[in-house]
Design a protein around this ligand. Structure first.
Ligand code: ZN
Length: 160
């Protein structure tokens, strides 16, 4: 178990394209374990390997239903649309509005390199899109409609 430090916007590693994972080595297993620990510690719903400085196509997600590990994920189908606030551990304290598909099917490999498909809607669909984009150097701020908000500002807006 180890918490890794999260790279924040402006770090060039977040803008690079990650490489496919060819096989599960002890190093990859450790990276996945550390990514899960880091995501839970930081209370995120997802984390991609480049966010901890590793250019590997690995994503972890937990929207509250248990951990999902996606290795070499490819989105193979999308449906519908949702527009809502989104945040990112690499852009701390901020949120912005992003439109995403409402339903997403992703094909990926698990931590044993067994291939599987997963379909998610709403928050899970949003998380899959957001995290997979990190693997191609895309950060959600690129897609924000309007401006970025400080989370404190949003809390005040909700109270009014
Ligand atoms: Zn992110």
């Amino acid at each position: 178990m180890a918490i890794r430090s999260i790279r924040t916007l402006g770090d060039p590693v977040l803008r690079k394209v990650s490489k496919e994972v060819k096989e599960i080595t002890p190093k990859i297993t450790k990276l996945i374990d550390d990514m899960l620990d880091t995501m839970y510690e930081e209370e995120g719903v997802g984390l991609a390997a480049p966010q901890v400085g590793m250019l590997k196509r690995i994503v972890v997600i937990d929207i509250g239903d248990g951990p999902i590990i996606l290795i070499n994920p490819v989105i193979i189908a999308t449906e519908g649309e949702q527009t809502g606030f989104e945040g990112c551990l690499s852009v701390p304290g901020k949120s912005g509005t992003v439109t995403r598909p409402n339903k997403v099917t992703v094909r990926a490999f698990d931590e044993n390199m067994d291939e599987f498909e997963l379909t998610g809607t709403e928050l899970l669909a949003r998380a899959i899109c957001h995290e997979c984009e990190h693997l191609d150097g895309i950060v959600y701020v690129d897609k924000v409609e309007g401006r970025l908000y400080d989370n404190e500002e949003l809390e005040e807006m909700e109270e009014e």
